[in-house]
Ligand binder design. Structure first.
Ligand code: RB5
Length: 152
């Protein structure tokens, strides 16, 4: 798969290890940074370009990492067509794809260890959207939120 990966300083170490692991598995990896540790860097600067690449289909799926995974997930979900989830358990790693067509996994580099992160990403990548009518209907309702006018 052609995949994108991004992290701020809170996720940089985990990103480095996952990047080499995913490359070794044969995935084509696009690295959106950060490339150097900088405690003053900001997760949207790395996660937004990754999320837009997922949005535009330039990468098939994405992995975004910050300290908790929360900021990365908030930022990623602002890109149209991105369905990002903050994942910490194996069930959600595959069910999020199967039912919700999750296309971007967010991880907390200060919350989970490398072995669990690796297993979660593998589970996410193996999973496929089931495509059943009820799942498509729910996703259409989610898509509708992206274009909805907000009444003040
Ligand atoms: C950075 O220190 C930290 O706030 C960030 O990585 C992330 O946890 C935000 O959600």
């Amino acid at each position: 798969m052609r995949l994108g990966i991004a992290a701020d300083h809170g996720g940089l170490e985990l990103k480095k290890r996952l990047l080499s692991d995913l490359r070794a598995m044969g995935h084509e990896m696009v690295d959106f940074g950060a490339y150097e540790p900088d405690p003053d860097d900001d997760y949207p600067d790395f996660v937004a370009p990754l999320a837009l690449a997922v949005s535009k289909g330039e990468v098939e799926r994405g992995v975004a990492i910050c300290g908790s995974g929360v900021g990365a997930c908030i930022a990623a979900n602002k890109a149209p067509g991105v369905r990002a989830g903050l994942i910490m358990d194996m069930f959600s790693a595959h069910q999020g794809v199967e039912d919700d067509d999750m296309n971007l996994i967010c991880l907390g580099g200060r919350v989970i260890g490398y072995e669990l992160a690796k297993d979660l990403v593998h589970e996410f990548l193996k999973a496929r959207f089931k495509g059943e009518e009820r799942f498509r209907r729910r996703l259409q309702k989610v898509r509708d939120l992206e274009t909805r006018e907000i009444e003040q």
